[in-house]
Design a protein around this ligand. Structure first.
Ligand SMILES: C[S@@+](CC[C@H](N)C(=O)[O-])C[C@H]1O[C@@H](n2cnc3c(N)ncnc32)[C@H](O)[C@@H]1O
Length: 366
């Protein structure tokens, strides 16, 4: 059962379609806005990261190899001062921890009372691009990785960090990450359940809209999407080598092969991340972690497809006005044996842009 609720944003009312029964639960598809790239971290989202063992074991393995005796920089340490404390535990000589959000910075400060942490960690409030440290760090933990890998601005943040905060051969954790995409139809991702925002995602939606000053077509984050909605394997549409060439903007073109009959109206994207270059990657679609998947609409309606059809997809990321967070642009051509070709495109700016532009956004904001 869905219902619509009124949300007041900057003096205007926005109607939002909600499923009151839908809350984040293991295995149940749930819908919310993509949140990692916006200043809406709270105790719940930090707890989910601090308790994310799939993620944490990979980061710990990297620190176990890299931290001992070194100067470490933790960019975006969060309310739990997590990777700064873990760096100390793995023998770091000195640690700098930076946190942009005031409330998170204050909460992180409480951890400095711990013996060992107090002596070695310097906690700095602000964004890494505006802070300075000395000496330079030999290891950097940059857990500013989104469900859409680059959405939190890691390419620009690390480019600046390499220039000002890090030694020439500094190692970065995670080692690399990619975003994959596969053809899907939005409704099928909910396995027959209601297609509406989860009740506990509304406060994030409101925070994002208020931060911007108006509603806009947010990126759609789906936890536990129905895996059988994917009509083919994922292909890499964004590549971030945090220890190699890291372009600020990129364009990737892939051919997504459809391997069984179904319907398509867009693509599902998700993260694959390596803590160490030679480690086992975390695939956010295959293991439970704090990362979810992001759906991008392309076509205005569902198109039938058969095995052997293809979706040619180009994903471009360009820097948004703030010079850090990317805007994403998708262009696609669906080539089917039965109905020929159809083209579509979709723009997903970091901030602002259209509101209720696509039928799916009109459904969610009635
Ligand atoms: C994904 S959370 C990670 C929190 C924690 N490090 C962890 O791994 O559990 C990202 C955090 O980085 C902060 N942040 C994002 N970009 C930043 C930057 N350039 N400088 C400082 N903090 C940043 C956010 O406010 C948020 O607290």
């Amino acid at each position: 059962m869905t219902t619509s609720v009124n949300m007041v944003v900057a003096g205007s009312t926005v109607r939002v379609l909600v499923d009151p029964a839908q809350t984040a639960a293991p295995g149940v598809p749930t819908l919310g806005p993509s949140i990692g790239e916006y200043p809406c971290y709270d105790a719940v989202s930090y707890a989910r990261m601090t308790d994310d063992e799939e993620r944490n074991q990979r980061f710990r393995a990297a620190l176990a190899r890299l931290a001992a005796g070194r100067v470490v920089l933790d960019i975006g340490t969060g309310a739990d001062l997590l990777w700064a404390r873990e760096s100390v535990r793995y023998g770091a000589r000195q640690v700098f921890a930076m946190e942009a959000m005031e409330e998170s910075f204050q909460r992180a400060g409480a951890w400095l009372a711990e013996p060992g942490t107090r002596e070695r960690v310097t906690l700095l409030r602000g964004v890494s691009t505006e802070l300075d440290i000395s000496p330079k760090a030999e290891v950097c933990v940059a857990e500013i990785i989104g469900s859409l890998a680059g959405a939190e601005g890691v390419a620009a943040v690390l480019t600046d960090a390499r220039r000002r905060h890090l030694t020439p051969n500094a190692a970065v954790v995670p080692a690399r990450c990619v975003t994959l995409a596969a053809p899907v139809a939005f409704r099928r991702l909910f396995a027959g359940g209601p297609v509406a925002f989860a009740a506990d995602s509304l406060n994030y939606l409101k925070t994002i809209f208020e931060w911007h000053g108006a509603p806009f077509d947010v990126r759609l984050r789906i936890e536990h999407p129905a895996r059988d909605a994917l009509l083919g394997d994922g292909q890499v549409v964004e590549f971030l080598d945090l220890n190699g060439q890291l372009p600020l903007e990129q364009r990737q073109s892939v051919r997504l092969a459809i391997d069984r009959p179904g319907v398509v109206d867009g693509v599902l994207t998700w993260l694959r991340l390596w803590g160490l270059p030679d480690g086992e990657p975390l695939d956010a679609l295959r293991v439970a972690s704090n990362w979810a998947s992001i759906y991008f609409p392309l076509f205005d309606s569902e198109h039938p497809v058969e095995a052997g059809d293809v979706l040619d997809l180009t994903v471009t990321s360009t820097l948004s006005e703030d010079g850090v967070h990317p805007d994403y642009h998708l262009a696609a051509v669906l080539r089917t044996a039965a109905a020929g070709t159809r083209s579509a495109s979709h723009s997903s700016p970091y901030r602002g842009g259209a509101f209720r532009n696509h039928p799916i956004h009109r459904h969610l904001f009635p």
